[in-house]
Design a protein around this ligand. Structure first.
Ligand code: CA
Ligand code: CA
Ligand code: CA
Length: 423
């Protein structure tokens, strides 16, 4: 049977529809079109002998709870194949291809508030393969690739914001993903594996910046760089976490402009950081055992030992309590480095005398002006707010009773603290 329908020159609009159980001997199992907009629809059970099990299109907009699931392709793009994809509020699941891009293949992709799960590729890019990727507020989980990039493969840049890349598998490099350039902000990369190669969490072949992110728990690599493997000119790891990756936390194979700053690296096997000959790293103000650094490096102000006071490490909650040695132990004074102005929760940092190590800044409830202390200045600010004034420099996260406002409860709390009635 041919594709359900084909639109040689025009765009297809599919709304509140199901495209099910079609097959094509060539490309585009369900639909072949120059452009396609899919809204609140399901595309399932279609197949193509060549590219695009669900559909082939010049560009695709996929939105509003659309589900693309259970399609297959002999070529690239199990779910679909397109020149450019914008995916919003949708799910791409359980599609399969013999070639690249299990979920889909696209020249570029913008993925927002979506889930890419359970897809597999006989080539690279289990979840998808693209050349330029923006991922925001999304989850890429449980995908697999027989070559590189279990979660996805980017032949260009990948920008990942407030997203989770977890439990993906690649036979070759980049369990979570494989990319040239990587920018990772406020995200979590966990439980991925590259079975026979480097970069369990991910692999980056050129500049990579990781900020306020957790690269944690059980990423593993058959080669080196259980958490992250890097082979470009400059990587910057800032206020991030590498815990329980194997073997080794970070592998840096090249470059002299590499930085690991304000980060936590523990329990990553033999070495927290490993470098190839000629690679150099600047490693300042981290929580790590310096004896487990195996790269030519400039080192200073790293700490190890003492209470971390994570809220719930076993369940991946790395907020810190008031007893933590991480508080105020970071630096914002390294030439050429831009440090984050907010933490992983989006709360303002720096609070207190210096930035904290790790993705989260410690917040003292009642510290209305976020200077790290509770004193009369905070009391006066709370009283001004109660009396209807609108003082500046107010930190609403200092709220003590979780009503999202600074009010009488905070004023009383601060007065009790200041007067010694309360610890
Ligand atoms: Ca601080
Ligand atoms: Ca204060
Ligand atoms: Ca309050």
């Amino acid at each position: 049977m041919a594709a359900a329908f084909g639109l040689g020159g025009g765009d297809a609009t599919i709304t509140n529809s199901a495209i099910t159980g079609n097959s094509a001997g060539g490309r585009g199992g369900g639909v072949s079109s120059s452009g396609i907009t899919i809204t609140n629809s399901i595309i399932t059970g279609n197949s193509a002998n060549d590219d695009g099990g669900g559909f082939v299109s010049g560009h695709a907009t996929i939105t509003d709870s659309t589900i693309i699931t259970g399609n297959s392709a002999g070529g690239s793009g199990g779910g679909f194949y397109t020149g450019g994809a914008t995916i919003t509020d949708s799910t791409i699941s359980d599609n399969i291809t013999d070639d690249d891009g299990g979920g889909f293949w696209s020249s570029n992709a913008t993925i927002t508030n979506s889930i890419i799960t359970g897809n597999s590729a006989g080539g690279s890019g289990g979840g998808f393969l693209s050349s330029g990727i923006n991922i925001t507020d999304s989850t890429i989980t449980g995908n697999s690739a027989s070559v590189s990039g279990g979660g996805f493969n980017s032949n260009g840049f990948a920008t990942i914001t407030n997203s989770k890349i977890s439990d993906n598998i690649a036979d070759d490099a980049g369990g979570g993903f494989w990319t040239w350039f990587a920018t990772i902000i406020d995200s979590t990369i966990s439980g991925n594996s590259s079975i026979y190669s480097d970069g369990g969490g991910f692999w980056s072949s050129d500049d990579a910046t990781i900020t306020n992110s957790t690269i944690i728990t059980g990423n593993s690599a058959g080669g080196s760089g259980g958490g992250f493997s890097f082979s470009g000119t400059s990587t910057k790891i800032i206020n991030s976490i590498f815990i329980n990756n194997a073997t080794n936390g970070v592998y840096i194979s090249s470059g002299t402009d590499n930085y690991i700053l304000n980060s936590i690296l523990i329990n990553n096997g033999t070495y927290e950081v490993v470098g190839a000959s000629g690679a150099i790293a600047t490693i300042y103000n981290n929580y790590m055992d310096e004896s487990k650094i195996n790269i030519t490096s400039f080192k200073s102000n790293n700490i190890f030992g003492g209470e971390l006071d994570f809220t719930d490490q076993a369940n991946g909650d790395f907020h810190i309590g008031e007893g933590s040695v991480l508080i105020d132990a970071g630096t914002t004074d390294v030439i050429g480095i831009t440090f984050p102005k907010t933490d992983k929760d989006g709360n303002v940092r720096v609070i207190g005398s210096s930035i904290d190590i790790g993705p989260y800044e410690f917040i003292t409830s009642g510290d209305i002006n976020f200077d790290g202390n509770i004193d009369l200045k905070d009391c006066i600010l709370a009283l001004q707010i109660i009396s209807g004034l609108h003082p500046t420099g107010i930190f609403s996260e200092a709220d003590i009773n979780e009503d999202g406002k600074i009010g009488i409860e905070e004023a009383i709390y601060i007065m009790e603290r200041v007067s010694g009635l309360r610890e």
